[in-house]
Design a protein around this ligand. Sequence first.
Ligand SMILES: [Zn+2]
Length: 306
Amino acid sequence: MQKNSPIQLSKSTFCLLGHTNIGVIENNDELILIDSGLNSEDAAQIDEVLKNSFNKKIGTIINTHSNADHAGGNNYFSNKYNCKIFATKKEAAFLENPYLESALMWGAHPFDKIRTKYFECEKSTATNLANENSEIKLNNELTIEFISLPGHFIDMIGVLVTDQNTKTVFLGDSIFGAQMISKYNICYMINVTDFKNTLDKISNIKSDFYIPSHSTIVTSQEELKRLSIMNKNEIEKIQNFLLELCKSQMQNDDILAKVFETYHIRTTPSQLVLIGSTIKNHLTDLYINNKIEMICNDGRMYWKTK
Ligand SMILES: [Zn+2]
C-alpha cells in the first residue's frame, strides 16, 4: 500500500505518504522510522520502498502511539533488523499486550469480530522509553525531540526533527486532515479534553513542516491553525448533536443508534465498538464539563442535557 517514494523535506528528513504517513530520518548508515505501518505485509512494502531509495538498515522505530496502523509493522522490522523501538511507557504496555486495545474497545474480553488487525496489532517490545521533552542528538545538525500529545490515544507523542535549520514535526493522530473529517465525521479520541488541549499545543509549535499521520503535509503554521479550528468545530458539532439528542433523557444504545442513522454509518461490529467508544468519550467530556447528567435507573444508564 505504501508505494510512493519518500518525499525529501530537508537534508536527512523524509516522509513516506500512505494510509499512515511514515517519517524517515537518515542517520549515517541507518534509518530511523516514525511509525511502522499496519502489519508485516504493510511493513514489507515499506521496507521495499526504502531499500530502493536508501539501501540502509532500519536502526530505530519511534512509535507515535500503539494503534495498529502505527505500530503493526514493528514486529517485521524488529525481526529483520533487530532495531530499537521507542515508545512512551503507557503505549509500550499496549505494544507488549495488543489484547489490551481490543479489550479496551469492547470493555470486556473481546471475541473474534472485535479482534481485527485494526484493533489488535502484532506484538512488539519497546526497547527505549520516550518522554516529553527528552531528545536524541544524532549529530550537530540533527536532533529529535519528543512532545507529549495525548487525546487521540492515551500517551501519544509527536516527534520534532531539527535538521540543519529546517524543522519538521510528526504529529501522529493529534490532528485529522480535512478529507478524513469530511469522510468519517466522528474521528476516534479517547480523551476529548486532552485532544482539544493538544490541538492548542501543536498550533503553537513553530515548524516548517507539520505531518499529521493521515493527511497531506501542512507547510505553514497558519494552515495548521486552520486545520486545528476545523477539528475543534467538528468536535463541537458532534457534542451539540448529543446535547440536542439528550434534551429528553436517552440511554447509551439509543444514542448510538441515532448517531449511526444521522451520520450514515454502516453497522458492523468494529464500527459499533469504535464509534460507540468515541461517543462514550464525548459523553464523558460533556459530563466533566457539567453539560450533561448521568442517571442510572431500571438497569439502564441514561444521559440528560442540563
Ligand atoms: Zn492512525
